[in-house]
Design a binder for this molecule. Structure first.
Ligand SMILES: [Zn+2]
Length: 365
């Protein structure tokens, strides 16, 4: 399913074959939490060169719910995105609920943030949900911890996440359609990361994610742990770093040997008027852009940058027009996808280090 084609230093160039299509890695996955990449139609997501999108089990479970999604013919049919979809297990969302959830060894019970209704996630029912809605990649239910955490809490997260990975693997009913990825935990503790990696690698699953990073630690700690965690994972399986989505962080993560990333960042920035470019980010509403008739990013060849001016975008945002967030979200997603495409070409050519340094030299944000 995953073929590692070339490495250049620690950077990797691979191909991931999924039921709904082929994903060239390294790749960025835009987030469509509730079955929509916010503000963009599936055609736009595709034309911005996205190969795979992410959706979220927690949110889809609560609304519109399993029955409706099955009745609609699955998530692909419901939202009319026909490329690969990866669903997050919802562990991260449930554990963010804090006082509204209760963890035991078998699963986690929680109150919906929408209406307070009570629900229960187990490794088995979360996997069954993802298989039933027909996604290409399912993430195991894991136990997430906030940083900083006590060693006991980190250890519990490592132990339960590994047990739940094993239970998820045993519960699979259609492994040829939906690939199960396990999630490594361990906080900032290298020993705990090693124990976690050891336990999940034994299961020989189609892919592995590095969880519990990008949750408030410093960038240096994140890079250190991402590099260390990636080094523990098998060469021949895709590696997914959850929650990473700025130009600089993605380049650093590729440098650490990661293949897949996701983040709400580009679309959230798009809605908030924050333009992403290789050379840094800026707020399009600023007075400086009101009479700036150049493109958002003169080096970007996306449909927005080749058509509209900063002045027009600044006007849309200042006037509260909904087209502004749509156009800027498109551009931001496009920027990350082109970054990944050029990264793949650089790795293929054995020119990763030059590419990395040229981007990091310019990425001020
Ligand atoms: Zn653009």
């Amino acid at each position: 399913m995953f073929e590692l084609q070339k490495t250049d230093g620690s950077a990797r160039r691979g191909t991931l074959r999924l039921r709904h299509g082929v994903v060239e890695t390294p790749t960025f996955m835009p987030v469509g939490t509730a079955g929509t990449v916010k503000g963009l139609t599936p055609d736009e997501v595709r034309s911005a060169h996205s190969q795979i999108i992410l959706a979220n089990t927690y949110h889809l479970w609560l609304r519109p719910g399993l029955d409706l999604l099955v009745e609609a013919g699955g998530l692909h049919e419901f939202m009319q995105w026909h490329g690969p979809i990866l669903t997050d297990s919802g562990g991260f969302q449930v554990f963010s609920l804090e006082s509204r959830r209760k963890l035991d060894d078998d699963g986690v019970t929680f109150a919906s943030h929408l209406d307070g209704s009570r629900h229960r996630f187990t490794p088995e029912n979360v996997l069954a949900f993802q298989e039933a809605i027909g996604v290409d990649v399912a993430m195991q239910l894991d136990v997430c911890v906030k940083l900083p955490s006590t060693p006991e809490t980190v250890e519990q997260s490592v132990r339960l996440s590994a047990e739940w990975a094993k239970r998820s693997a045993a519960a699979r009913t259609r492994p040829e359609d939906t690939a199960l990825f396990a999630i490594m935990q361990g906080g900032l503790d290298e020993g705990a990361r090693e124990r976690s990696a050891h336990a999940i690698i034994e299961l020989d699953l189609p892919g592995y994610a590095i969880g519990g990073l990008s949750v408030g630690e410093t960038r240096e700690e994140m890079y250190r742990l991402a590099r260390f965690s990636a080094s523990l994972l098998p060469e021949n399986k895709p590696r997914y770093l959850m929650g990473v989505g700025t130009v600089r962080d993605i380049v650093m993560a590729v440098e650490c040997g990661i293949d897949m990333f996701d983040c709400v960042y580009p679309t959230r920035c798009g809605r908030n008027g924050r333009a992403m470019t290789r050379r840094g980010e800026f707020a399009i509403r600023n007075a400086a852009y009101v009479r700036d008739f150049t493109p958002i990013d003169p080096e970007c060849d996306c449909a927005i940058c080749t058509t509209y001016t900063r002045s027009y975008l600044a006007h849309l945002f200042r006037a509260g027009e909904m087209l502004g967030p749509r156009l800027l979200s498109y551009h931001n997603v496009y920027v990350l996808n082109s970054l990944m495409r050029e990264a793949r070409t650089a790795i293929e050519a054995g020119a990763w280090a030059q590419f990395r340094d040229s981007v990091l030299g310019e990425a001020l944000a």
